[in-house]
Design a protein around this ligand. Structure first.
Ligand code: PMP
Length: 355
């Protein structure tokens, strides 16, 4: 198991800087609930998001399993953050990187990849494919395109973050133990949303085992995802309805990463976009945290969980990434208006709508 490396001052490379993130007490949300609510500051990872952990683990797994050899190509389908982590890691290891991302993703993420298109010394600039956003059961879905791309190449690995258990393992071995150590084994609740499900599954698995089942683990789900109703109905999969502004989360199926642990999840919370956007602005104003929408959704869920568990509890959630990648949307009046969300932001906080 990887040692927790809080305050470790020097690391060898990008991979060495992944993980070991701070746990930030969210003072205003804590005060409002009588609980101690903490956010795991995953935006502090070197690629800027929680997904650096999974990216590192899937690459290490491909190396260990002999699926990739020097100068090979890593291919992945990603909503963005995993691709960013992979692009960095591939550069430092001399691999080429091919990313398939649905064309509905925020343009600044796409621009970030285009920056990576500038060839590096090792020639490992990523190639970015932007297929139309279609459901997983459509052969043109970005994940299937990534798989087919890897199959066409020599010495290439499709890292398949959704169903590759190395993703969940990253959180069993790093995120979960870090949280447990940071709170000296006093974790009453953990809640987060899912994209691949790696974070929820891995952290819940670790905390449930360490606490002998005492830590309550909840899913937080946005509109358009099927997992809330799946957990509430104890295993019935319904069709998606609706959509959400939260990027990188929401899921239409039970991924392989979720399957072994979904029965550990005690309950699910449905968080509408209005609540997430209100929290996003509150977190900026009251906690000084400039976060992406999935982080804000997670904090709303931690607040709701605190009300359910009652005062005096210690509850942890995940601050997945920062707002910088999404600022042209989340702080734009035109964009917020197009989503009908301006009125969800309290009037005294609307001064932050600067674009
Ligand atoms: N938040 C953001 C911003 C993400 O990019 C992702 C991953 N797509 C998640 C949350 C969800 O993480 P996981 O894949 O571990 O479920």
């Amino acid at each position: 198991m990887r040692a927790v490396k809080l305050c470790s001052p020097v690391v060898d490379d990008f991979a060495g800087a992944v993980g070991g993130t701070r746990l930030i007490r969210l003072n205003n949300v804590s005060r409002a609930t009588g609980c101690d609510i903490y956010g795991k500051a995953e935006f502090m990872n070197p690629g800027g998001s929680i997904k650096d952990r999974a990216a590192l683990y899937v690459v290490q797994n491909a190396e260990r399993e002999g699926l990739i050899k020097p100068q090979g190509t890593i291919v992945e389908g990603t909503a963005g953050n995993t691709g960013i982590g992979l692009a960095h890691i591939c550069r430092t290891r001399g691999y080429k990187c091919v990313i398939y991302m649905p064309n509905t993703q925020v343009t600044s993420l796409i621009h970030l990849f285009l920056l990576f298109e500038e060839p590096s010394k090792s020639g490992s600039a990523p190639h970015v494919g932007l297929p139309k956003a279609v459901a997983f059961d459509d052969p043109e879905n970005y994940n299937h395109q990534a798989r087919r791309h890897a199959e066409r190449l020599e010495n290439a690995a499709w890292t398949n973050q959704f169903d590759n258990m190395a993703n969940r393992q990253a959180h069993i071995e790093t995120t979960g133990p870090e949280i447990w150590d940071q709170l000296q084994g006093k974790v009453d609740g953990f809640v987060c949303a899912t994209g691949t499900g790696g974070t929820l599954a891995g952290v819940s698995r670790f905390l449930k085992e360490k606490s002998e089942g005492k830590t309550q683990c909840y899913l937080a789900d946005p509109p358009g995802s099927v997992l809330y109703s799946y957990i509430k109905s104890r295993g019935k999969l319904r069709y998606r309805t609706g959509s959400s502004i939260t990027e990188g989360i929401g899921q239409g199926r039970v991924t392989e990463n979720l399957k072994p642990d979904i029965s550990l999840i005690d309950d699910a919370l449905y968080i509408p976009d209005e609540k997430s956007i209100e929290m996003l602005y509150c977190l900026l104003d009251e906690e000084g945290l400039y976060l992406g929408a999935s982080s804000a959704l997670n904090v709303v869920a931690a607040y709701e969980m605190a009300k359910i568990l009652g005062p005096g509890k210690k509850i942890v959630t995940v601050l997945c990434d920062g707002a910088y990648r999404y600022q042209t949307q989340l702080f734009s009046r035109k964009w917020l208006d197009s989503k009908g969300l301006v009125s969800a932001i309290p009037s005294h906080l609307q001064k932050y709508i600067v674009l």
